[in-house]
Design a protein around this ligand. Structure first.
Ligand code: AKG
Ligand code: FE2
Length: 357
């Protein structure tokens, strides 16, 4: 299978059909009971075809809308992205097969530490989790070096292709995000050394609960450590994002991806585009799966706010930190909202002259 090295143009897109593995959309108890603030009707939608190939005026409008989506939500859907439904189904299916392998075949990866390139586990990092989260996961680093467990045998080729084309998509979005900030398209890429960006693929599986009428936490509230996260699910809803202080259920447009702004975007833009809090709920009678492709800066890059982003006199909101250190710190603790980002947040007093402290 040849890996596409670029995002296909609008015209080349396959027709959009279905969502995830085709089991149809299912609702959670929370939707029925209205336990979260909204059904996601207002979630912004970004058409990648227009960003890549649109006429200048349409493209400029799409870039403005993208900037607004980043600023107001830190979360949006992307359509016309060029990743085929067949590839999405294949990656989800092989991930499902991995979870159902005998324990013996997974054991080696279940002992792995946060910065080991392949990890299988439950919860967030079960060695330190405070609350039980009903989630199984597979994490594999896929760029700059590609890692993959040997079984199921088909996973390697499928995951490599998926990694390549979702990375191209995310880099294309990063370029447009850079422009939405009034910067050159390659500004973020150069500052973060995205030529050798870090990328991780994560498969999440949330088994059916013993009490399907109760809603439980599958993955507690957090922001992602990277720059941008791309996510799709198997047709079962459960992802919620915090917007204007309320949890909003994310219901995808057919065939679309969710894009989640991460902590590195917040640091590099000096807080203008914030990493969004999100969580996954479980409930109902169907197990849920989601598949994530996340990109971040080169692991050895020290990420700090761009000087242009602090030119308004606001001062720097964050101290610089090497992305590898940030990720290790975030992944080694129990996940808790944005506490990792708080570690690099500049306390306002630090900016004041000493006599004002
Ligand atoms: O399963 C989901 O929808 C959320 C997963 C997630 O937030 C993550 O893997 O970081
Ligand atoms: Fe996440």
């Amino acid at each position: 299978m040849a890996a596409p090295s670029r995002v296909p143009s609008h015209e080349e897109q396959p027709p959009v059909d279905g969502d995830g593995d085709g089991d149809g959309s299912a609702s959670l108890p929370s939707q029925r009971a209205g336990a979260c603030g909204g059904d996601g009707a207002g979630i912004p939608v970004v058409d990648l075809g227009v960003l890549v190939n649109g006429a200048p005026e349409a493209r400029a409008r799409a870039i403005r809308d993208l900037g607004r989506a980043c600023e107001e939500w830190g979360f949006f859907m992307v359509t016309n992205h060029g990743v085929t439904e067949a590839l999405r189904e294949a990656v989800m299916e092989s991930c499902k097969e991995l979870f159902s392998l005998p324990l013996e075949e997974k054991k080696e990866y279940m002992r792995a530490k946060p910065m080991d390139p392949i990890r299988i586990g439950t919860g967030f990092y079960s060695a330190v989790d405070a609350v039980e989260c009903r989630r199984d996961y597979l994490k594999m680093f896929s760029h700059p070096d590609f890692h993959c467990p040997p079984n199921p045998a088909k996973l390697r080729e499928i995951a490599m292709e998926y990694s390549n084309c979702t990375r191209a998509l995310l880099l294309e979005l990063t370029k447009a995000i850079s422009e939405s900030l009034g910067l050159a398209g390659d500004r973020l890429s150069e500052a973060l050394n995205l030529g050798s960006c870090f990328q991780i693929l994560v498969g999440n599986h949330y088994p059916v609960c013993s009490r399907p009428d109760e809603e439980a936490l599958g993955f507690s509230s957090h922001s992602d450590h990277g720059l941008l996260t791309l996510l799709f699910q198997n047709g079962v809803d459960g992802l919620q994002v915090k917007h204007d202080g309320e949890w909003v259920l994310a219901k995808p447009l057919p065939g679309s991806f969710f894009v989640i702004a991460g902590d590195q975007l917040e640091i590099v833009t000096n807080g203008r585009y914030r990493g969004v809090l999100h969580r996954a709920m479980v409930g109902g009678r169907q197990s849920r799966m989601s598949f994530v492709s996340l990109i971040g800066p080169c692991l050895d890059t020290v990420v700090a706010p761009l000087p242009e982003m602090a030119a308004d006199g606001r001062g720097l909101e964050f101290r610089g930190i090497r992305y590898r250190d940030y990720m290790e710190m975030q992944q080694s603790k129990a996940i808790d909202e944005k506490t990792a980002l708080d570690v690099v947040r500049v306390q306002r007093q630090e900016c004041l002259p000493s006599y004002e402290k």
